[in-house]
Design a protein around this ligand. Structure first.
Ligand code: ATP
Length: 369
């Protein structure tokens, strides 16, 4: 199912009609969203869409121009960060360079309630074990790799036993391989502790890989909030469809409509010079403008121009190809539009392209008359 595993849990953090304005910029624009206890919730979107500001509002580093921030239903809008029970990790580690790894983590403990019978040393050992750095307490931070430093920063943030963990692009300074390793570790730590986690990234692939739910943000507000599979398979807007993963977006006009036995609707769409059949989940009328998308993996392509007569078939021209190892991403030109497909075999020249009506996902239907 597309549901989040934490869907029945109580709300840990919610924003109600939150706006943050700077002089000329509305960084966060009337945002309402809820994060559940134990959930791994990710804010993703292009640069400047308001991710960091949203996280800072949750942490308490910023106060909203309008609206309310609540933790477990309690209004914390005016509460300073140190009283919010949050652990925060930033992009650039921010470790104390003159303290050992152990001292950095122990620093986090200073904000904790007096530990119940467990010594600070013991807690530091436990935390370093949790982040896979056992035995490293005497190291100096600058002798660790970026990924290790970031795990120390996570251990330090977790030291006081916060209710919510906030992570702002914690992996963006790392190389691709380290990033993939660290994201598995971060997900593991989050699962082990069951801690509510709000994560900011501009990397849509990372967001899909790590999260229970994702909020895709644009211009200060989420366009869609849903589990990763739903974001990928059923984007609600063209922006989400194009921001998350590769996609092919088509615009067409309804020529005719057919009610189907299963209760669905199939439309014949005029798209450029072609006619394609597309399943519609929503009401539409003849003449409506329909925007739909087809993922590259759902566009069948073959060098042989004799495509199957059952699917929507057309012809396109190969413009360029990127060899990615397992597959090759091929850029095609189709009536002045670029199409992306994935293949195993090299392609060139004119090729046959087709897709199934049920693999077309509609993102917008507009009345034109
Ligand atoms: P990035 O991925 O580039 O960090 P972001 O999605 O995190 O971007 P924010 O940093 O939240 O976006 O910024 C949202 C908007 O608010 C931007 O236009 C930014 O320039 C503006 N902004 C953020 N902080 C301030 C500030 N302190 N003063 C003025 N404008 C700000």
């Amino acid at each position: 199912s597309a549901e989040s595993p934490t869907e029945d849990r109580p709300i840990a953090v919610d924003l109600a009609d939150v706006t943050k304005r700077y002089a000329e910029t509305t960084a966060v624009d009337d945002v309402s969203l809820s994060v559940r206890e134990g959930e791994f919730f990710t804010l993703v979107g292009p640069s400047g869409c308001g991710k960091t500001t949203t996280l800072r509002l949750i942490a308490g580093f910023e106060s909203p121009t309008d609206g309310t921030v609540r933790f477990h239903g309690e209004d914390v809008t005016g509460v300073p960060p140190e009283e919010r029970d949050v652990g925060v990790v930033f992009q650039n580690y921010a470790l104390f360079p003159h303290m050992s790894v152990g001292e950095n983590v122990a620093y986090g403990l200073n904000f904790a309630d007096p530990p119940g019978g467990v010594s600070d040393d013991e807690r530091v050992r436990e935390l370093l074990e949790l982040v896979d750095l056992e035995g490293m307490q005497d190291r100096e931070p600058d002798r660790l790799s970026g990924g290790q430093q970031q795990r120390v920063a996570i251990a330090r943030a977790l030291a006081p036993g916060p209710d919510v963990l906030l992570l702002d692009e914690p992996m963006s300074a790392l190389d691709a391989q380290l990033r993939e390793r660290l994201r598995i570790q971060v997900k593991g730590i989050q699962k082990e502790l069951g801690i509510t986690t709000i994560y900011v990234t501009h990397d849509q692939e990372e967001a899909l890989a790590i999260s229970d739910r994702v909020a895709v943000m644009r211009a200060g507000a989420p366009e869609q909030v849903a589990p990763p599979r739903e974001i990928y398979r059923r984007p609600e807007t063209r922006f989400v469809a194009e921001f998350v993963g590769d996609n092919n977006v088509f615009e067409g006009t309804v020529r005719s409509l057919e009610e189907r036995a299963n209760g669905g609707r199939r439309a014949e769409l005029e798209v450029g010079p072609e006619t394609f059949a597309v399943d519609l989940a929503r009401e539409a009328a003849v003449g409506d403008a329909v925007t739909f998308c087809v993922r590259p993996e759902n566009l069948q392509v073959s060098a042989n121009e004799a495509g199957s007569s059952e699917r929507n078939a057309t012809t396109a021209t190969v413009r360029s190809a990127e060899f990615l190892g397992e597959t090759t991403r091929v850029h095609l030109e189709w009536h002045g539009q670029e199409l992306l497909v994935r293949t195993r075999d090299p392609l060139s020249g004119d090729v046959a392209v087709g897709f199934e009506a049920e693999d077309a996902h509609v993102v917008a239907i507009d009345r034109t008359v």
